[in-house]
Design a protein around this ligand. Structure first.
Ligand code: NAD
Length: 247
């Protein structure tokens, strides 16, 4: 058997692909030959990236089910099939249970958890045809808790177990479903927090490798786990976290 990381002729949707980890993944999948669909709220940055990687930008708010359905339909219309969906779009929050407003809870859950489920559901019929795969971007905060991350911890914990559940549902069709659980990564999402020296030191002290990750270090693993090289990997929530969850 020959296993490779070639994505020639394959179509990959990356939600939240305009910036940060999504952008790095869009570039990496493109390097490996994929037709990449960058799906995001940020049209300006998404269109610029899509033109650089010979991909396509489709505007989409993942918290709106109809928009996610439309994203998948338009992709299949354009490229004829769908091989991989990376449910990456997400937003952060930093509130304890006491500080958190009801609105914040609803907002985080609708983007970080509902949005992932909408992506899985819309893509499933097409992935059954292509024997493709789903990659969700969860977080170490889906595996462990921390102070001031109530809604985010809950949403990402939901993504972790959703990943297992959807993997079980779709295994009979040879559709693999996994998540990556990154530790802290240098992106627009974390720029402000990591600009605070005390917080940065906390993150480094919690990370056995002693540093935050670059987005490309997540993208390399994303391409591997979505490729034929990982053909027996499903239902896995893989920490890519410099060791954060090892202690
Ligand atoms: P980022 O803020 O740098 O980029 C996120 C992208 O998602 C942006 O382009 C934004 O426009 C888009 N987006 C936000 N809400 C959206 C919506 N409703 N619909 C469509 N697009 C939307 O974030 P990032 O750091 O690259 O994070 C990407 C994913 O990785 C998120 O799910 C995040 O929770 C997760 N993650 C990040 C870190 C980290 O340290 N950066 C760690 C663990 C997990």
């Amino acid at each position: 058997m020959v296993f490779d990381m070639n994505f020639d002729g394959k179509t990959v949707i990356i939600t939240g692909g305009s910036k940060g980890i999504g952008k790095a993944m869009a570039k990496k999948f493109s390097e490996y030959g994929a037709n990449v669909v960058v799906a995001d709220l940020d049209e300006e940055k998404g269109k610029k990236l899509a033109s650089e990687i010979d991909g396509v930008f489709i505007g989409c708010d993942v918290s709106e089910k109809e928009q996610v359905d439309e994203l998948v339909d338009k992709t299949v219309e354009k490229f004829g099939s769908l091989d991989v969906i990376v449910n990456n779009a997400g937003i952060g929050s930093m509130s304890t249970i006491e500080d958190m407003s009801h609105e914040e809870w609803k907002n985080i859950i609708s983007v970080d958890l509902d949005g992932v489920m909408y992506g899985c559901k819309a893509a499933a019929p097409h992935l059954k045809k292509s024997e493709g795969c789903i990659l969700n971007i969860a977080s170490i905060y889906g595996l462990v808790g921390d102070v001031g991350a109530t809604a985010y911890n809950a949403a990402k914990g939901g993504v972790v177990n959703l990943t297992r559940s959807v993997a079980d549902d779709l295994a009979q069709y040879n559709v693999r479903v996994n998540s990556i659980c990154p530790g802290f990564v240098r992106t627009p999402m974390t720029e402000e927090a990591l600009g605070d020296d005390e917080f940065k030191s906390y993150v480094e002290s919690m990370t056995p490798l002693g540093r935050v990750a670059e987005p490309e270090e997540i993208a390399e693993v994303a391409v591997f786990i979505s490729s034929d090289k990982a053909s027996y990997v499903t239902g896995v929530n893989l920490p890519v976290d410099g060791g954060w969850t090892s202690h």
